[in-house]
Design a binder for this molecule. Structure first.
Ligand SMILES: Nc1nc2c(ncn2[C@@H]2O[C@H](COP(=O)(O)OP(=O)(O)OP(=O)(O)O)[C@@H](O)[C@H]2O)c(=O)[nH]1
Ligand SMILES: [Zn+2]
Length: 340
C-alpha cells in the first residue's frame, strides 16, 4: 500500500543529483526565469517564501516539465519548467523599503551605475536615496550624466560637483546627441569610458527618460537583444522596462559568471525604511567624513547639538547646504513612527 501511494501520490522530494545550478535573470510575479550555464532558460516557481529569489541570485532548481512553457515559449524564451529549491547565500542585496513593502532590485551586484541626464532634470533627493542604499549594501557606484550636449549641461554638472568632491566617480557625455552629425563620436567616447567599469554585474538605475534603454541597446551584443525582444514581442507585443532584467554582456563560457547589465525600473519612490536613523550619516560620504573629526556628543544627530563637526563643516562650506537639508529630512522620515 505504502509503495503504491508513493508511486502515484505526487513527486518524491528531489534527490540532490536532480538539482541543477542557475542564475535568475528575470522575475514575473510568482515565476522566475532561470538561466543555466549552457544558456538554457527555465521558467521556475519558488518553493515557499523562504526561497524567494531575486534577479542575480544563484539558485539550485529541479526540472518539473520538459518542453515549452504553455503554447509558446515563456516570456524570456524559456524551454522548460522547474522549481527553485534553494537560493545560494548572497554577496549583497540592493533593495528599497517603504512602510508597506520591501522591493528587491537585484542580488550579487558588483557595481551600481546611476544613470541621470541633463533632461529630465534629476531629483537630488532621489539621487541621494539611491546612493545611500548603495552605501548600505556596500555596492560601488558610478554616476553618469547623459545628454550633456543640451543647454542645461553646465548647471547639471554644477549640481553634481559635490558628489564628485565626496568621492563618487562621475562621468558625463552624450549617448545619442540630437545633432546626428556629431552623434557617433560622442557616443563612442562615453562608451569607451564606461566599458572598463562593466566587468561584473552592473545594475543600471535612473529616472525615466534619462537614456537607460539607449545605453543597454548600445552595449548589448545583438544576438542577446534579439532573443529577448523576439520572445517578448511574441508574447506581449512590446518591450517595456517594467521589470528588473539581467542581460549578459560577456558571459564566461559554460559558467554563470561574467559581465552583465541589469535593467531596472524604480528610481522613484525609493524608500529607506530598512535603515536605522542613527546610521544615516554614515552612509553619506560627505557627512561621514566631516563626522570623523569628532562631534562633542557620541550620539550627535548633526542637527542642533553644540560642538557638531558636521555642522562646522556645513558652516565652512565643506558640506553643501542642500545635502545637509536632505539628510535632515531623511532622518525625520526614518524617525517618524510607522503610520500603518
Ligand atoms: N538629447 C539627447 N537625447 C538622448 C541622449 N541619449 C538618449 N537620448 C534620448 O532620450 C530619450 C529617452 O531615452 P531612453 O533610453 O528611452 O530612456 P530610459 O531611461 O530607458 O527611459 P525609461 O524606459 O522610461 O526608464 C530617447 O528619445 C533617447 O533617444 C543624449 O545623449 N542626448
Ligand atoms: Zn554632529
Amino acid at each position: 500500500m505504502k509503495r503504491a501511494r508513493n508511486e502515484r501520490g505526487g513527486r518524491p522530494a528531489a534527490a540532490p543529483e536532480d538539482l541543477q545550478e542557475g542564475r535568475v535573470i528575470a522575475g514575473h510575479g510568482r515565476h522566475h526565469s532561470v538561466e543555466t550555464a549552457e544558456g538554457h532558460r527555465v521558467l521556475c516557481t519558488s518553493r515557499g517564501k523562504r526561497n524567494e529569489a531575486v534577479v542575480g541570485d544563484r539558485v539550485r532548481w529541479r526540472p518539473t516539465q520538459d518542453g515549452p512553457a504553455g503554447a509558446a515559449e515563456g516570456p524570456e524564451g524559456e524551454v522548460a519548467q522547474g522549481v527553485i529549491e534553494a537560493v545560494a547565500p548572497r554577496r549583497n542585496l540592493f533593495f528599497r523599503q517603504d512602510e508597506l513593502r520591501t522591493k528587491s532590485f537585484a542580488a550579487n551586484l558588483d557595481h551600481l551605475l546611476v544613470w541621470i541626464a541633463v533632461e529630465p532634470v534629476f531629483s537630488e533627493m532621489q539621487l541621494t536615496r539611491a546612493l545611500i542604499a548603495a552605501e548600505a549594501a556596500r555596492i560601488p557606484v558610478t554616476l553618469v550624466l547623459n545628454k550633456t550636449e543640451l543647454p542645461g549641461a553646465d548647471a547639471a554638472r554644477a549640481r553634481l560637483a559635490p558628489y564628485a568632491a565626496m568621492g563618487y566617480r562621475v562621468i558625463d557625455g552624450a549617448l545619442k546627441p540630437r545633432d546626428p552629425a556629431r552623434a557617433a563620436g560622442q557616443a563612442e567616447a562615453l562608451l569607451a569610458r564606461l566599458r572598463p567599469l562593466l566587468g561584473g554585474a552592473t545594475l543600471v538605475l535612473g529616472p525615466s527618460g534619462s537614456g537607460k534603454s539607449t545605453l543597454i541597446n548600445a552595449l548589448l551584443p545583438e544576438a542577446e537583444v534579439l532573443t529577448g525582444e523576439i520572445s517578448t514581442a511574441l508574447n506581449s507585443g512590446r518591450h517595456t522596462t517594467t521589470h528588473t532584467r539581467w542581460h549578459w554582456l560577456n558571459r564566461v563560457p559554460g559558467t554563470l559568471d561574467g559581465a552583465a547589465l541589469i535593467d531596472s525600473p524604480g528610481f522613484q519612490e525609493f524608500g529607506l525604511r530598512h535603515l536605522a536613523p542613527e546610521d544615516l550619516a554614515g552612509f553619506m560620504p560627505d557627512l561621514r567624513q566631516a563626522a570623523e573629526a569628532g562631534c562633542r556628543f557620541h550620539n550627535c544627530s548633526h542637527r542642533h547639538e553644540p560642538g557638531c563637526a558636521v555642522r562646522a563643516a556645513l558652516a565652512a562650506g565643506r558640506i553643501s547646504p542642500l545635502r545637509h537639508e536632505l539628510y535632515q529630512s531623511l532622518r525625520e522620515e526614518l524617525e517618524a513612527p510607522p503610520r500603518y
